[in-house]
Design a protein around this ligand. Structure first.
Ligand code: ADP
Ligand code: MG
Length: 273
């Protein structure tokens, strides 16, 4: 069997500057029911400007992997480097923005106030804070909602506000944990297109967790297929799709071929228990 690194190389991994690298990563949660191995022997390299999707059934360690990169969990063994430094150092250097599964907006702050929060903490001048809030609100099509409170917005709009907040301080890396999972398909298509445009324009590195095969294939330059118990990587697919992707690309033979490979990977990793 090929190692994950060999699989990645065989698939033609781009020689871009590595921004995230995990080697021999293991994470075991101690629970009342005994140890749970959330990540097992994970090796992964993510290059600058990659759009990486993590796909796999519930419980395969997708959130755990993102949380390790974000310094919210400490691995049991193995190494992770973010921009060449530890996740802790990267966190302190504000290397990434994090978009959670739930929007996580403070109910006592307006939408503008929520987006401004990281900028306040980082000490941006007032005028620049206001500029940035306007710019990211526009980016997620929430212009005019700055003074509303989260409870006055739909779930989808709240999620867009939380994306705006993660974009506000121009971190090079965006960690997104099923950000569009709760949205209806039309809104999701639209946000997928916007996210791709944003990614192309800003050359950010994006790590994106999803349950949706079409979403993963549409968005990604690299698709990481995972399987549970223990959580591990079963396939890494380097996408041959061009960077420029109209939604119709989803009907192309190339697209369907990648989707097929993802589906096969998911099936192979499934324990059927
Ligand atoms: P995913 O995001 O792919 O659904 P998670 O990373 O959330 O998977 O979880 C991976 C495994 O680790 C699951 O079996 C889950 O129950 C377990 N797990 C996650 N977080 C914790 C925790 N804080 N304590 C104990 N077990 C956890
Ligand atoms: Mg999760």
């Amino acid at each position: 069997m090929m190692t994950q690194k060999a699989v990645a190389q065989a698939a033609g991994a781009a020689p871009a500057r590595t921004v995230i690298s995990a080697e021999g990563l293991n994470l075991v949660y101690e629970t009342n029911d005994g140890p749970v191995q959330a990540l097992k022997d994970v090796d992964l390299e993510i290059g600058k400007g990659d759009f990486v999707s993590f796909i796999g059934p519930s419980g395969c360690g997708k959130t755990t992997f993102l949380r390790v990169m974000a310094d919210l969990e400490t691995p049991t063994s193995g190494t992770v480097l973010v921009n060449g430094v530890t996740p802790e150092a990267a966190r302190k250097a504000r290397a990434y923005g994090y978009v959670f599964q739930a929007a996580g907006l403070y109910p006592w702050r307006t939408i503008g106030g929520n987006i401004r929060l990281p900028l306040e903490i980082m000490g941006y001048p007032k005028a620049e804070q206001a500029d940035r809030v306007q710019r990211v609100l526009e980016l997620v099509e929430l212009s005019g909602f700055e003074k509303k409170y989260p409870w006055q917005l739909s779930g989808g709009m709240q999620q867009r506000a939380s994306i705006a907040r993660a974009l506000a301080f121009d971190a090079d890396i965006l960690l997104m944990d099923e950000p569009f999972g709760a949205l209806d398909e039309i809104v999701r298509d639209h946000l997928n297109e916007q996210l791709l445009a944003l990614w192309a324009r800003t050359e950010k590195t994006i790590c994106f967790v999803t349950h949706s095969i079409p979403e993963a294939v549409y968005l990604s330059t690299k698709i990481v297929v995972m399987s549970p118990r223990p959580g591990r990587i079963t396939d890494i697919i380097e996408s041959p799709l061009p960077k420029e992707r109209p939604l119709e690309i989803r009907d192309s033979p190339e697209f369907l071929e990648i989707a097929h490979r993802v589906r096969e990977g998911l099936r192979a990793g499934h324990a059927y228990d």
